[in-house]
Design a binder for this molecule. Structure first.
Ligand SMILES: [Zn+2]
Length: 157
């Protein structure tokens, strides 16, 4: 998917998590973690920016583990968030990015280096406007309702 779809899927999954679990795992940093999670939901596509092979190492389970470790260090330094929570933020955001990209036509190797098998579900093109827009709208809707349901104050208000 493109950036719009990944941000939408990030909002959708985070909204679902908050709806079910509330904010108890956010260690008092709900909006900081939300920002980090949404940035990380597009982070695997940094390969395009860096000129690396698209959907290579950043689109693997091993890559998601590395994103998790880097996030745990960064969030601990920034806001003293526990390493386990930081890892969960980085790993889940990038892992879900990979899962969403599997719905596209471009095959890649999510289990590399354990397996070189290429996977692609070929359900929708990554630049499909309707699919990406639907993800953004449903994600915004789900996230807004989760925040509203749990009466989470908006930052600066
Ligand atoms: Zn991607």
């Amino acid at each position: 998917m493109n950036r719009t779809g990944h941000i939408g899927f990030g909002l959708l999954t985070l909204g679902a998590f908050v709806y079910v679990a509330g904010t108890r795992y956010f260690e008092g940093h709900f909006w900081d973690i939300t920002l980090a999670y949404l940035l990380l939901s597009v982070a695997p596509d940094v390969d395009i920016v860096l000129g690396l092979r698209h959907r290579g190492g950043t689109h693997t389970i091993a890559g998601a583990v590395i994103f998790g470790v880097l996030t745990s260090i960064a969030l601990n330094h920034l806001w003293a968030i526990s390493y386990i929570t930081g890892f969960a933020v980085g790993f889940s955001a990038t892992f879900l990015h990979i899962l969403l990209d599997l719905t596209n036509y471009m095959g890649f190797r999510p289990f590399y280096p354990v397996s070189r098998r290429r996977l692609a579900l070929r359900l929708v093109r990554s630049n499909n406007l309707a699919a990406n827009t639907a993800l953004l709208l449903s994600g915004a809707f789900a996230f807004y309702h989760a925040v509203h349901f749990h009466s989470i104050p908006l930052p600066g208000i």
